[in-house]
Write a protein that binds this ligand. Structure first.
Ligand SMILES: [Zn+2]
Ligand SMILES: [Zn+2]
Length: 312
């Protein structure tokens, strides 16, 4: 049984990932338009025909697009979301209503496992974030032939974490986790104090240090040494640097003496296609796909319209 994962886009400009299990495809979030999703799926040799369902984490504008909801309706693709998402999704121009009328809206509930397919279970976990209701997911697929399972955990927007989440995410093969900002860069950003406080707050976004601490807690519980891939999500363009985020994670992996492949997702194009269950190659230095940027203070206009995590 195959189990693949690709980040199509990650960051405040739009979020979408693609999971393929036993020949069926699932999009996690639809923060890009349908054409852009098609272009990024094509890089992986996939297309909209491969998408069998969508799962929504929350309703911030970088995680869903009205045009993509409309596309789901045209293609009769169901969307799984929480009841608390309905009101925000209904504020669009009618696409969500069309999906509802055509019985293409499925509801998930906090902590209640459900089957996306016979061989694929999904469990939604509530995350601390300043959207109406925000979820991370754990996916488990049973591989009959090998008498084992393949598992993936995904958490894109969260301001803090606790033992419940660390336990829920332990023992997975691939962890996709937000490494949003570097705290020093955030303070030096010149952004309004209120915005900085929201991003750094318990309902904002995870710093590199917070995410690394969660990674450490997950590794401490990963007694069988299952984790093979770490995918860093939702990096702030202004207040983070992919190298810094990767360094923070690698320091933890070294402490635990673990060979885990670290990939920092980019807003500019899809990640590699990760195969769960296949051990990563030994770590070698590779050129960064991220454009270099300078650290330091950058002037912003006196009034800043950006919401946390939605900075340009
Ligand atoms: Zn958000
Ligand atoms: Zn977001």
């Amino acid at each position: 049984m195959s189990f693949h994962f690709t980040v199509l886009a990650s960051g405040s400009g739009g979020n979408a990932s693609f999971l393929e299990v036993a020949g069926r495809g699932y999009l996690l979030d639809i923060g890009l338009g349908p054409r852009q999703i098609a272009q990024r799926l094509a890089v992986q040799g996939a297309n909209w025909n491969c998408v069998h369902a969508v799962l929504l984490t929350h309703t911030h504008a970088d995680h869903w697009k009205e045009s993509t909801l409309r596309h789901l309706h045209r293609r009769s693709i169901p969307i799984y979301c929480h009841l608390d998402h309905h009101e925000d999704l209904s504020l669009g121009r009618g696409a969500f209503e069309l999906l509802r009328k055509n019985k293409l809206v499925r509801c998930y509930e906090t902590g209640k496992e459900f089957h996306l397919a016979a061989e694929l279970r999904c469990c939604p976990f509530v995350l601390s974030h300043d959207s109406r209701a925000t979820y991370g997911f754990r996916f488990d697929a049973w591989v009959e032939a090998l008498n084992t399972r393949r598992s993936l955990a995904y958490a894109a927007d969260l301001g803090c974490w606790d033992d419940v989440l660390a336990e829920a995410f332990s023992g997975v093969d691939l962890l996709a986790l937000e490494f949003n900002h570097d705290v020093d860069m955030e303070y030096a950003s010149g952004r309004p104090a209120e915005l900085i406080a929201r991003i750094l707050g318990e309902r904002g976004h995870l710093s590199n240090q917070q995410a690394a601490a969660l990674l450490a807690e997950i590794l401490r519980r990963d007694e069988r040494g299952r984790l093979c891939h770490l995918v860093q999500l939702h990096l702030s363009r202004e207040c983070n640097d992919p190298e810094l985020a990767a360094e923070e994670a690698r320091a933890i992996l070294e402490r635990f003496a673990r060979n885990v492949q670290v990939h920092t997702a980019s807003p500019h194009g899809p990640s590699p296609r990760f195969e769960l269950g296949r051990l990563p190659p030994p770590t070698t230095a590779s050129p960064s796909p991220h454009p270099k940027k300078t650290r330091g203070r950058r002037a912003l206009p006196a009034s800043c319209p950006y919401l946390p995590g939605m900075e340009p």
